[in-house]
Write a protein that binds this ligand. Sequence first.
Ligand code: KG4
Ligand code: ZN
Length: 343
Amino acid sequence: MLILGIESSCDETGVALVQIQAQGLPVLLAHALHSQIAMHQAYGGVVPELASRDHIRRVIPLSRDVLAQSQKTLQDVDVVAYTQGPGLAGALLVGAGVACALGAALNKPVMGVHHLEGHLLSPFLSADAPEFPFVALLVSGGHTQLMRVDGVGEYTLLGETIDDAAGEAFDKSAKLLGLAYPGGPLLSKLAEQGDPNAFKLPRPLLHSGDLDFSFAGLKTAVLTQSQKLGDQLAVRKADLAASTEAAIVEVLLKKSLAALQQTGLQRLVVAGGVGANRHLRVQLNAACAKRGVRVHYPELHLCTDNGAMIAMAAAMRLQSHKATPKRDYGFNVSPRWPLDQLA
Ligand code: KG4
Ligand code: ZN
């Protein structure tokens, strides 16, 4: 069974083909991606209307590309899956509209997928796939959550951010340091040349006793520190970047370890764009190795948004009988949609 997956929730258009096997995990046949980052960079952030228009331009050529790569035709596709939410309403509508039009034209069923479930299940696309149950640290530009995952669709929220997401903290701090959008990877690169102990930045909610996060105060501390530095900022930028990264990573690390301890689970899955952060991976790997905990990540190029994770989430839902695709082409998008409300 062949699933075509379309992702268009934010600033990446992704399309992929995943095949469900008689046994074992579904396999990725091909995926294609277009990032709009260069287009949005001039504005310092994502411009929703431009994002929607660009998704319209990209989605069909990318679909042709994955079909050609895997030597399949549209007639071979059994189910068309798309990101139903959360995300930018206009951007989501493009993927949903195209998917449902394709489904109707081909007389094939369609399926809406939760974007965060896509991230959560993306490590199953890697050679070192996890096994259930596990603790998941979901760290993207819009979300920071710790979940207990017992199976496909069996998600219990353990804690989440009460304000900014981890990716947002990276991006907003990077902006204060004069770095381009999205600043996370750039801040991380700059941090490699800096001293993580140079500035004492807050570790919000580190000792709160629960598994919630808060990153808004950190951004304010970075602003205050950069104002204090004044002209000196130019030569201390790498130090401030390294100190910011260290603060974010320490909170993510400590809360993940607390979640593992609280649940008694021995497996951690890290997903979402911030999961690409090298410093976070090094720290988590070391701490988990010490405790005999296995850590799984998506492959580096599948950490940020892509179509493969959407096709995979649809395939795993179908395989575990958690969803039935519909021949109802009146589509709906869900710009706000908590993951733990997913049945
Ligand atoms: O998962 P994602 O592609 O999009 C959302 O669903 O939000 O995550 C994007 C976020 C951005 O905030 C970006 O700055 C951050 O992931 N990010 C990173 C790194 N790569 C991407 N943050 C820190 N270090 C990185 N290497
Ligand atoms: Zn995402």
